[in-house]
Design a binder for this molecule. Structure first.
Ligand code: NAP
Ligand code: G4F
Length: 345
């Protein structure tokens, strides 16, 4: 019989890549969406149109804050695997909305863990932990034993959920795993994260419909990989014999400046002519440097990243040039207001 998976946060970047992967493997995938006044399923519209009729891809309204809806879903779907991807995932926003970020980051995972605990079925659980938990002060490759030093409400909430996941594994012999993922990006990355903010603006700069882009700390360094590679690692964690915690990373770190250099070079442009900086994009407590050691995932899961840093940057730059062409058509027809000169994050 085909396996059934429940994914929270299915409308997000990772949710869309993971759904695609699991449907391809023959899973029946159930995803949670939260109600909003405008439709926010653009990342999964293709999957909806291809698979909804067959029942292989089903969506359900739910919110991390509504534990009764989570419990009802777990009870009725009785999934084999649960991937808890939903979160308020923007670090800067977490300083402005600390209570909401903490509530969603902690209560959602706890509600899921409690629902699984009382289910009369062995369910495998994946928690989306984050490299932000390490805090970015140690300038060395970080592994599963490196100390946590959270620097934002977002990171602190992820540490709580991480520890709870471990605690349920140890206390109740539940199959609970934490994937400690370093930054992973794609053409479907949210547009307020730095990589996508850059490539989205770059496409418009190439077409002459945007002049400048304002960013924050260009010296921050991240271990950036491709989201498509990382969801394969999530799945492999739940196929392992025993539950555990694993890091997924590339083993390379690059500054925001290096990202800019490769992206703008790709279109023969000099980034320094287009980029401004403003303190308004600086964080109250910056994570300066992240570099991951994925050797445990390589050994246990036979997982390795497949996409290099420059391939990732160019993939995003190319995809966003196509989107910018659509922007230009809409702009020329006066169907679009250029709001991009004043990005919020
Ligand atoms: P994302 O694109 O921001 O997606 C987050 C998802 O969570 C969206 O589907 C969002 O729904 C949903 N969500 C937010 N608040 C919710 C709530 N209160 N109730 C229900 N759903 C809610 O994030 P991502 O990049 O795919 O990341 C997936 C997970 O991995 C997140 O938990 C993130 O913190 C974690 N993580 C990400 C990275 C990374 O580099 N991408 C690294 C480490 C860990 P809407 O579409 O309605 O907003
Ligand atoms: O792209 P970012 O916003 O991602 P950040 O803060 O590293 O968080 C992402 O990765 C985490 C994994 O480590 C996830 F857990 C989390 O959910 C999220 O997906 O910022 C990256 C760096 C930061 O140091 C930031 O200060 O880029 C710097 N930056 C410089 N200018 C900027 C900007 N970040 C944003 N968002 N916008 C800027 O204008």
């Amino acid at each position: 019989m085909n396996k059934t998976a429940l994914i929270t946060g299915v409308t997000g970047q990772d949710g869309s890549y993971l759904s695609n992967l699991l449907i391809g493997k023959g899973y029946e995938v159930h995803g949670t969406v939260r109600r909003s006044s405008s439709i926010n399923t653009y990342r999964i519209d293709d999957l909806i149109s291809k698979h909804q009729d067959s029942g292989n891809f089903q969506l359900h309204y739910s919110d991390l804050m509504d534990s009764s809806s989570i419990n009802t879903l777990v009870q009725t779907i009785q999934p084999d695997e649960i991937y808890n991807l939903a979160a308020q995932s923007h670090v800067m926003v977490s300083f402005q909305n600390p209570i909401y970020t903490t509530q969603t980051g902690t209560l959602g995972s706890l509600s899921l863990l409690e629902s699984i605990r009382y289910l009369d079925k062995d369910v495998k659980f994946y928690q989306a932990s984050s490299s932000e938990m390490f805090g970015g002060k140690l300038r060395e490759p970080l592994n599963e034993s490196s100390p946590f030093d959270p620097r934002s409400p977002y990171a602190a909430s992820k540490v709580f959920a991480h520890n709870m996941t471990k605690m349920y594994r140890d206390s109740y012999e539940m199959f609970c795993t934490n994937g400690i993922l370093f930054n992973h990006e794609s053409p479907l990355r949210g547009q307020t994260f730095v990589t996508r903010k850059i490539t989205r603006a770059l496409g418009r700069i190439v077409l002459g419909i945007q002049e400048k882009l304002t960013l924050g700390n260009l010296d921050a360094s991240r271990d950036w990989g491709f989201a498509g590679d990382y969801v394969e690692g999530m799945w492999k964690m739940l196929q392992h014999n025993d539950p555990d915690d694993w890091i997924l990373a590339t083993g390379e770190t690059h500054t925001v400046k290096e990202f800019l250099e490769i992206a703008f070079d790709h279109f023969n442009l000099d980034w320094e002519k287009y980029i401004l900086t403003s303190e308004k994009y600086y964080r109250p407590n910056e994570v300066e440097y992240l570099l991951g050691d994925y050797s445990k995932a390589k050994k246990d899961l036979n997982w390795e990243p497949q996409t290099s840093f420059s391939e990732l940057v160019k993939m995003m730059a190319n995809s966003d040039l196509e989107l910018a062409k659509r922007d230009k058509v809409l702009l020329d027809e006066k169907l679009l207001t250029p709001t991009w000169e004043h990005p919020k994050y």
